[in-house]
Write a protein that binds this ligand. Structure first.
Ligand code: 5RP
Length: 219
């Protein structure tokens, strides 16, 4: 199976975790695009979706799925999203699609985070995928120096602003052995909007797409 077929496989499997009658939190990215397309088949059974990006909102609406923004709901039973990397504890790197801030906001509303990934995203130690960090532009040089002190090379993502109008730093060369500690530390730095480490908001469940089928891992 191709990587895209594995993404479609786990996206369809995620439908089992959508709670009938409720709002479902929806992430962003190519795996989630498959999920949105599959969700269209059960749109009559859900209240609608809480979206994490302009792109996902547009795709959901194109399918006729009712969309709410994060500030319009108080809680969600489940949030479904992809990841750039996931480790053995369900901690993730996210933000490859630049939606990390809104993704974290919607994930924070949800009782459960169901992560849908193909097997290439499963790693022992986070950091091979450059860590995305949404930042305030004035702080970029100082944040680059701070990451350099940790052994990382923080490069401005060319030509990209998030849905919130901020630039992204992609930090190369980190070995993130303690994701919770690093998330907590980077969150303190002035000028950081959101670090793309999801350790506080780690996955509750991962649906991993492999050549043998969907593996379900609970944390
Ligand atoms: C977007 C994300 C995505 O979940 C992550 O980049 C994975 O994307 P894809 O499903 O396209 O591989 O965090 O900000």
């Amino acid at each position: 199976m191709t990587q895209d077929e594995l993404k479609a496989l786990v996206a369809r499997a995620a439908l089992q975790h959508v709670v009938p009658g409720a709002w479902v939190g929806v992430g962003t990215g190519s795996t989630v695009n498959h999920f949105i397309d599959a969700l269209a088949g059960m749109k009559a059974q859900i209240a609608g979706a809480v979206s994490s990006s302009v792109a996902s909102t547009q795709r959901l609406r194109a399918h006729g799925i009712l969309v709410r923004e994060a500030h319009e709901v108080e809680s969600l039973p489940v949030y479904i999203d992809g990841a750039d990397e996931i480790d053995g504890q369900g901690c993730m790197i996210k933000g490859g699609g630049a939606a990390l801030t809104r993704e974290k906001i919607v994930a924070d509303l949800a009782a459960r985070f169901v992560c849908i990934v193909d097997a290439s995203k499963r790693v022992e130690v986070l950091g091979r995928f450059p860590l995305p960090v949404e930042v305030i532009d004035l702080a970029v040089p100082q944040l680059q120096r701070r990451f350099a002190a940790l052994g990382g090379r923080a490069l401005l993502r060319a030509g990209v602003l998030t849905d919130n109008g901020h630039p992204i730093l992609d930090v190369h060369g980190l070995q993130i052995t303690d994701p919770l500690a690093m998330e907590t530390e980077v969150n303190q730095w002035p000028g950081v909007v959101t670090v793309g480490l999801f350790a506080r908001h780690r996955a509750s469940l991962c649906l991993l797409g492999t050549a043998q089928g969907v593996q379900t891992v609970a944390y």
